[in-house]
Write a new protein. Structure first.
Length: 380
């Protein structure tokens, strides 16, 4: 007696197709459909067109036996790691989500300090958090490929996973920020609900502004792993800079405008200091630090540093001329966004470097910091 599904039209091909899983395996192939960025894994241009062909020319002998002297050996001069396949909306999510988190924190802090007197600032910060949370959710779903995958990520709570924790944080901030906007007027029951939502979104905004740096650092990419202690402060400072700069573009009363300007100054100074710390940490291994100074990533990070410095100087100028605030806001926003793109591109370049991982391990860093010994030994 045949199993269920065998002999059906879907398996014999003699008639109209049967159910999509009616092949005897009882497996729905749509579950494993390649969607999102994972379906766009890059293959080398040297790869053949035939199915199963080798992506590279095969070496006749192992690199250690081909008779050539190599002062800096690697794995057949090929990258050890696969490059991240993230597209533009991933670093855009880093920037938008960070700004939304920082705005939520600022709104909650202003609410605690002076609910009535700082109402204009609180209202604008809540709007920024709500819009940023909504935009960040859309960008994250675009990266995942299907909305259902975002829901699957919050089916469990795993604090040891930065991606899972970030999904929970975003799921908390976005609706709370919307609630704080919907009930933004102080006083009464609705005001209490709005203030409570503002405090919840502010608490969620703290990890949202910097968890993406922890997500990057929790990988094997040398430049991200080596800067794991300095990268979160950079992301938090750039998030604060983005929030303050965007608020500077709005029409605020004099008191709130001065508060935002001071926050922008502190954030820009922190961003520059954290950027220097990232370069210093990566510079422990020259090969690991290269993407921070060379190529597309190096150019982006130089632009980010110049914009942050320009915004800082513009905010510190004592002379009050008409376009000073706008110039500072635009430069601060550009710098805060571009730094996320630069760090992302640096990770791609670091993963593509055949020797970065080897230099990192031979320097006694990476896994050696945990195990006490380098997993890649130097040539004898």
């Amino acid at each position: 007696m045949s199993r269920e599904g065998e002999g059906s039209a879907g398996s014999t091909g003699g008639g109209p197709p049967g159910p999509k899983w009616d092949d005897g395996r009882n497996v729905d192939p749509l579950i494993g459909a390649l969607e999102g960025e994972g379906a766009h894994q890059r293959a080398t241009a040297d790869r053949g067109h035939g199915e199963g062909t080798a992506p590279f020319d095969v070496w006749p002998l192992p690199a250690s036996q081909d008779g050539q002297e190599r002062e800096d050996p690697s794995y057949y001069d090929r990258p050890t790691l696969k490059q991240p396949v993230w597209k533009w909306y991933v670093p855009a999510y880093f920037a938008v989500g960070g700004a939304a988190g920082a705005a939520a924190v600022l709104g909650a802090a202003a609410q605690i300090a002076d609910r009535e007197g700082l109402h204009p600032l609180i209202k604008r910060a809540r709007w920024m958090a709500a819009l940023g949370g909504a935009a960040g959710t859309v960008l994250l779903i675009l990266d995942l490929g299907r909305p259902s995958r975002f829901l699957h990520m919050v089916r469990v709570f795993r604090p040891t996973s930065p991606m899972n924790l970030g999904s929970w944080v975003l799921s908390t901030l976005a609706p709370a920020a919307v609630g704080s906007v919907a009930f933004s007027s102080p006083g009464g029951l609705t005001g209490v609900l709005g203030d409570l939502s503002g405090l919840v979104s502010g608490m969620a905004g703290v990890p949202l502004s910097g968890y993406t740096a922890v997500l990057l650092s929790n990988t094997a990419v040398p430049v991200w792993q080596q800067t794991r202690k300095a990268l979160p402060p950079l992301f938090v400072a750039s998030a604060m800079s983005a929030a303050a700069s965007l608020l500077q573009l709005t029409n605020l009363p004099a008191r709130e405008e001065d508060i935002v300007r001071r926050l922008a100054v502190l954030a820009a100074a922190g961003e520059l200091a954290a950027g220097a710390a990232v370069e210093r940490s990566a510079g422990q291994v020259e090969r690991v630090a290269r993407p921070l100074h060379e190529g597309r990533s190096g150019l982006l990070l130089k632009v980010a540093k110049a914009c942050a410095l320009g915004g800082l100087l513009a905010n510190l100028l004592p002379r009050r001329w008409r376009g000073k605030r706008t110039l500072a806001a635009v430069l601060g926003t550009i710098g805060a966004v571009v730094v996320k793109f630069g760090i992302t591109e640096a990770g791609k370049a670091s993963a593509a470097d055949p020797r970065a991982t080897f230099h990192h391990q031979r320097a006694g860093l990476g896994a050696a910091e945990v195990t006490g010994r380098a997993s890649v030994t130097a040539p004898s």
